[in-house]
Write a protein that binds this ligand. Structure first.
Ligand code: AMP
Length: 393
């Protein structure tokens, strides 16, 4: 018999919130992580976005969190990007809607004073990016001594992005007696070092994945002579293929994403939004929202900003210029069932030995600073247990 949420020791507020979300069956990571987290042990979850990992740590955390008037947060959740902060805060709010748990999110690139205010008003759970958490803690607005549970989500990505120093500073300012929960899509040597240094005999839970990307994704590669021909091909595909309704387009750099967008804007005004770290936080959140609701047909983005985003029903992913890696996800509860269009993945790549537009990159065509990850980690990710999430190079 399939497990249900009733098999977990959840309380009524959590069960009611899950019911409202239309969720009935826990995913494997949710089943397996619940008891160890509830028991207070350190847990390492090897799981990708799309496996239900966010609820896997939020459920036991919320189950144990009692009402308190204390101002300083008791749970700290660190994630690599601003978009993920917003997403995790939103998930936590949905799950805690029948409680009075206070949840807040902080991230760089926005006015720190507003965020100081959020923290100063009192929180139970604080979600944030490493740099901003460190800054708030250094200004003594954020008092870490009350943290009992630490979650580090997408730790592999955080280390790739060079957040190691910030993480170490944060760890050093936390009380020694605390529970550590860490989630990573991959196990790397760096992740191992962090675990050895800061974790206390963690239980490792790895979610089984089945299937191959090819079960889910039809992939097509177009060898293209240069960047301008790529733009022509992209425009042609979007103009002629009406099934391209919800499209994620990747450029390797912010500059390239802008150039792709300029071209699409001329042909399909208002139908595509550029999303990268040079855009303001509000603009980015708004653009992702419009994409999710179908108001715009596509996002033109760099790799990192799409990482971890939970976007449903993406029909096509187009790699205009090979990013280090890209990933598109949709919710396990909305699988690609019969009648649902399969997502298509198009790679537009240069023939061997060719480089973009004239064979060199202009100085401003640097990799997105946040996406400055070392190459070589690109991998084919298999879908999760329900064939829901996928990842491709
Ligand atoms: P995550 O792996 O945390 O990024 O989760 C991705 C998506 O899975 C989110 O949209 C969640 O709402 C959804 N989700 C979480 N738990 C379940 C579940 N038990 N059944 C179906 N969908 C879920």
């Amino acid at each position: 018999m399939k497990p249900t949420f009733a098999d977990l020791k959840l309380n009524t507020p959590l069960l009611d919130a899950l019911y409202d979300l239309g969720l009935t069956e826990p995913t494997p990571i949710q089943m397996e992580a619940f008891s160890p987290i509830l028991s207070g042990r350190d847990v390492l979850g090897i799981a990708q976005t799309g496996t239900g990992k966010t609820f896997a740590y939020l459920m036991p955390i919320l189950r144990n969190l009692k009402f308190s008037k204390q101002k300083n947060p008791r749970v700290l959740i660190i994630v690599p990007t601003r978009e993920l902060v917003v997403q995790v805060v939103s998930e936590a709010q949905k799950l805690s809607k029948y409680t009075n748990i206070r949840i807040g999110g902080v991230y760089g690139g926005t006015n720190i004073n507003t965020q100081k205010q959020v923290v100063a008003e009192g929180l139970d759970i604080l979600v944030g990016t490493p740099g901003r958490i460190m800054d708030l803690s250094l200004t003594r607005v954020l008092i870490m001594s009350s943290i009992r549970q630490l979650v580090i989500d997408e730790v592999d990505e955080m280390l790739n992005l060079g957040f190691r120093a910030q993480l170490t500073t944060i760890f050093d300012s936390l009380p020694r007696r605390r529970q550590n929960l860490m989630f990573s899509a991959t196990m790397t040597d760096e992740v191992d070092v962090v675990i050895d240094t800061f974790f206390n005999l963690p239980i490792t839970i790895e979610v089984t994945r089945v299937g191959t990307p090819l079960d889910q994704i039809h992939q097509t590669a177009y060898p293209v002579a240069n960047f301008f021909t790529k733009l022509n091909l992209l425009e042609h595909l979007l103009a002629t293929d009406k099934s391209m309704q919800k499209v994620l387009i990747f450029g390797a750099t912010k500059r390239m994403a802008d150039r792709i967008h300029e071209r699409l804007e001329a042909r399909f005004p208002g139908k595509f939004s550029p999303v990268h770290s040079n855009k303001s936080q509000n603009y980015r959140l708004f653009a992702v929202h419009k994409f999710q609701t179908g108001e715009v047909r596509g996002l033109v983005t760099t790799d990192l900003l799409a990482r971890g985003l939970d976007v449903t029903d993406v029909t096509h992913v187009i790699n205009v210029d090979t990013p280090h890696r890209t990933r598109v996800l949709h919710s396990p509860h909305r699988p690609n069932g019969p009648g649902r269009r399969r997502r298509l993945l198009h790679h537009l790549h240069y023939p061997r030995g060719k480089t973009p537009a004239g064979g060199h990159r202009s100085p401003d065509e640097q990799t997105d600073s946040h996406a400055a990850v070392p190459g070589g980690r690109g991998s084919v990710r298999t879908p999760d247990h329900r064939g829901a999430g996928y990842h491709q190079r």
